[in-house]
Ligand binder design. Structure first.
Ligand code: FES
Length: 858
């Protein structure tokens, strides 16, 4: 620690801290323009100059370390004069077009001028500024307003890792441009706009829509992905005009991705469903809530009387809140009498959760996500985590760029993080188990595993070691296609790191044999030390917003809320709910088969679209065309609403209350920023109303009371406490300490490497499920579906960029435009699943995200 005086106040601060940090601690404010806590100091604006006793010249507080015995003066006539001159120099070429600048009212430069009493621009010079750049998607660049603070460049490079911007030219001609001089082609996270202290970088969708002082900021949580960043909806006259986040006070440190910054447009879409719709013959007509819900309740009663409660089924959704999913399962189990409930989690997250529960006793991530940012090594396995959960990517950037950690990426594709990885393990499709086992064996062979930790954590260690010793490394090299030296390098990085974070995602969870892959990764996590200590951990990533909450609420037949096995906990819930609960229950596959066989006659889809997002979507289409009665509760029109008999309009997260749970078990409240559009209702209100109609006991229509019931019945949520709307107070859970785990060794199957042309589907950075395909902002950078193909494969087919391609499997076929990129290796195609125009999921069989295909030019 060092001791110093600031404006006469004694301050003690850790060695290496800056004068600015010491001043903040002393409660002394120093003006800044180029300083931003989350990036490295630039020291370019000089506004933060202070006097240091004994030094002739003022020093910049933001990048000068505080040293023992310093005496600092932050306010004096000399300092005020210097600061004024510094800012007046910044204004030399500044256009002072404040009346037409979109940053007016939230411009740091304007505020500093005001604070320093600068009321004129004494210096003038020839304006050599670069002209306004309007050719970038989503972002406008006005170089004449730039003060060259480089916050945008540094946030883009150091925080987001996109490294798309740089300072070009010198002197008066200097301006911020893209690194290649072409129109911006980046992650479009909008963080450069958020940190710009002037009106240089502006959001085009927000341009001239509202003045900052007209906007009310409503704190909430982004539910576009499982990271659940804290956000503020900026609202005017009942409409969301933009989404922002605050530095320093949010779990995401003010950072947002494209989903929040530019993907909110679907909330305001003209296509939103505003009134209930009831089918009459081949047409829909608008109906009142009483009529629509009455029709649904009547049909439920009729089907139940004629065919029994087992002929009714429903699918919940990670787009719904915890309370809504809780009500959904209660509606089916307690009011309808059917345990035929499930969700898309069956194709991924549920498999992961079951496998992680079996191997490590975990129901998700072992640690909060900020432990990734502090890990000494991070391994990202089978995940384009940049797309699946951008906030996890930022934690990885922090670990590896800021804290100099090692990065290992294991993926079939050369995803973004592979570009910066210390070791990139590009494995052949289907060889995840072989790769994970080989790394575990190498860690033991190289003597890099923490034997003491393993000894107290793994009850069958001798057995596990014996099994790993038999892993054929040469076979692993052949199968995965990765050099032995590279495997050893990766193992060394993991083994030599003091803490390890193991992140895995879609290609593990949604691929064939997910359970075996998770078991192999659980062993790797244990052997690499990822589960040892408070830093790092194991982090299963699911792209969908409230997937953790959906599973915690028991929207699957095997479990009641709180992961309480159905058979075991049934009596407890029967007592609490005062009803006899049904036996058995169909899962997703059983529901589909039941519809095909005519045994399931009624299906309720709550905020889920099997026809675009589920694998084997063609089979789902045939089933939904056949089911006798289909109810769809959703916010936007889709292929499923068109097939429905009754459509019930729910609302977006900006219009509702309730809680959601992040992938690292943070529980946060949504802040209701605007009223529901039209006559749409909060989803929990729809479910509660229906419950009321079907059950003599009824449900209290209040999310707080629903939460109180949840807390009384779910051990996981009893400690959850809310600090207010839109903000969370994480549950104080005891740190995860594996002990006496019996790990199951899963051998890699010989010949598991896929043969022939493979099609892989998944999420892309620019879209989140299907909702953002209704947002103008995200559509501007990703307007339609496509298929990514390696240049050599494209050449062999005579295909150029944008050419048409058809992919065909035994399941079905789809066609779209081709994108040519070496991101995919030869023999592998990748297609995003979000777009109904391509509807790529119909090519996949159930239970996998990859299939062998024939590919042809069209
Ligand atoms: Fe210190 Fe800009 S804030 S030099």
């Amino acid at each position: 620690m060092v001791n110093l005086k600031i404006d006469g106040k004694d301050v003690q601060i850790e060695k290496g801290a800056t004068i600015l940090a010491a001043a903040e601690k002393a409660g002394v404010q120093i003006p800044t323009l180029c300083f931003l806590k989350k990036i490295s100091p630039t020291g370019s604006c000089r506004v933060c100059g202070v006097e240091v006793a004994g030094a002739d010249q003022p020093m910049t507080a933001c990048n000068t370390p505080a040293v023992e015995g310093m005496a600092i003066t932050t306010q004096s006539p000399r300092i005020a004069r210097i600061r004024r001159q510094v800012v007046q120099m910044l204004l030399v070429n500044h256009p002072l077009d404040c009346p037409v600048c979109d940053a007016g009212g939230e411009c740091d430069l304007q505020d500093v001028c005001y604070d320093l009493d600068i009321n004129r621009q004494p210096y003038v010079a020839e304006d050599l500024s670069h002209p306004v750049i309007n050719t970038w998607p989503l972002i406008q660049q006005v170089p004449s307003r730039c003060i060259l603070c480089e916050k945008c460049v540094k946030v883009c490079h150091e925080v987001v890792g996109a490294s798309a911007l740089e300072l070009r030219e010198r002197g008066d001609k200097a301006f911020i441009d893209t690194v290649d001089g072409k129109p911006l082609d980046c992650e479009f996270c909008g963080n450069c706009v958020a940190v710009c202290p002037t009106g240089t970088l502006l959001s085009k969708p927000f341009l001239f829509k509202a003045r900052p002082w007209e906007l009310t900021r409503k704190p909430s949580v982004c539910t576009q992905c499982g990271s659940q960043c804290q956000i503020d909806y900026n609202v005017k006259e009942g409409r969301v005009y933009r989404v922002t986040s605050e530095d320093g006070v949010t779990v995401n440190d003010g950072n947002l991705c494209i989903g929040a910054s530019f993907g909110y447009g679907y909330i305001n879409s003209d296509q939103r469903l505003r009134r209930p719709l009831v089918r009459e013959a081949d047409r829909f007509r608008e109906a009142g809530w009483d009529e629509a819900l009455g029709a649904v309740a009547d049909r439920i009663r009729k089907v139940r009387e004629s065919s029994g409660p087992q002929s009714l089924a429903g699918l919940g959704s990670p787009r719904l809140t915890n309370e809504e999913n809780y009500l959904f399962q209660k509606l089916f189990r307690a009011a309808i009498g059917s345990n035929n409930i499930d969700s898309e989690a069956r194709y991924g997250a549920l498999r992961v959760q079951k496998a992680l529960g079996a191997s490590l006793g975990l129901q998700g991530a072992s640690n909060p996500i900020d432990r990734i940012g502090r890990a000494a090594a991070v391994m990202v396995f089978g995940s384009d985590v940049t797309a699946e959960a951008p906030a996890i990517d930022w934690q990885i950037e922090k670990a590896c760029r800021k804290n100099d950690g090692k990065l290992l990426v294991a993926n079939m594709r050369r995803v973004k993080l592979a570009r910066y990885a210390n070791t990139f393990l590009q494995y052949r499709p289907g060889t995840e188990v072989a790769l994970a086992n080989a790394l575990s064996r190498l860690l033991l062979d190289l003597g890099l595993a923490d034997e003491a930790f393993l000894g107290r954590s793994v009850s069958n260690l001798a057995e596990l070691k014996a099994a790993l010793a038999k892993v054929d490394l040469e076979a692993a090299v052949r199968e995965t296609g990765i050099d032995r030296a590279l495997l050893e390098e990766g193992a060394r990085y993991l083994g030599e790191a003091s803490s390890v974070a193991l992140v895995f995602g879609g290609d593990v969870a949604k691929g064939e044999g997910a359970e075996a892959k998770v078991a192999a990764l659980s062993t790797l996590a244990m052997v690499s030390g990822a589960l040892h200590g408070d830093l790092g951990g194991i982090f299963p990533v699911d792209e969908k917003g409230n997937m953790q909450g959906l599973l915690d609420m028991g929207v699957f037949p095997e479990s009641l809320p709180g992961h309480q096995p159905y058979a075991v906990a049934r009596a407890k819930f029967e007592k609490a709910w005062g009803v006899k609960l049904p036996e058995g229950g169909r899962d997703l596959h059983g529901i589909l088969e039941g519809i095909e066989k005519g045994e399931v006659k009624f299906l309720y889809l709550a905020a889920t679209n099997p026809l675009v997002t589920f694998p084997d979507s063609g089979r789902w289409r045939r089933a939904l065309e056949k089911v006798e009665f289909l109810v769809v509760q959703d916010i936007l029109p889709s292929e499923v609403t068109r097939l429905a008999h009754v459509v019930l309009p729910g609302v977006s997260p900006a219009e509702k209350t309730g809680s959601v749970t992040s992938l690292d078990h943070r529980v946060s409240c949504l802040g209701q920023a605007i009223s529901p559009v039209g006559e749409a209702r909060e989803d929990w209100q729809i479910l509660a109303d229906l419950y009321d109609r079907l059950s003599p006991r009824g449900v209290t229509l209040d999310t707080e009371k629903i939460l109180a019931e949840m807390k009384s019945l779910l051990p996981l949520y009893t400690e959850v406490c809310f600090s207010g709307e839109g903000r969370c107070r994480p549950c104080q859970k005891a740190p995860y300490r594996p002990a006496d785990k019996s790990l199951t060794f899963v051998p890699a199957e010989a010949g598991a490497a896929a043969q022939g042309m493979q099609l892989l589907t998944g999420k892309i950075l620019f879209h989140f499920g299907t909702t953002t395909t209704f947002a103008e902002g995200t559509l501007e950078v990703a307007p339609e579906g496509y298929v990514v193909m390696n240049p050599e494969d494209a050449k062999a087919l005579g295909l150029g960029a944008g050419g048409g391609v058809r992919v065909k499997s035994s399941q079905g076929s789809a066609q779209g435009k081709v994108k040519i990129s070496a991101e995919v290796p030869q023999g592998l195609l990748f297609a995003p699943y979000h777009f109904s125009d391509v509807n790529i999921q119909q090519v996949l069989p159930a239970g996998t995200n990859r299939v062998q295909v024939e590919v042809a030019k069209i």
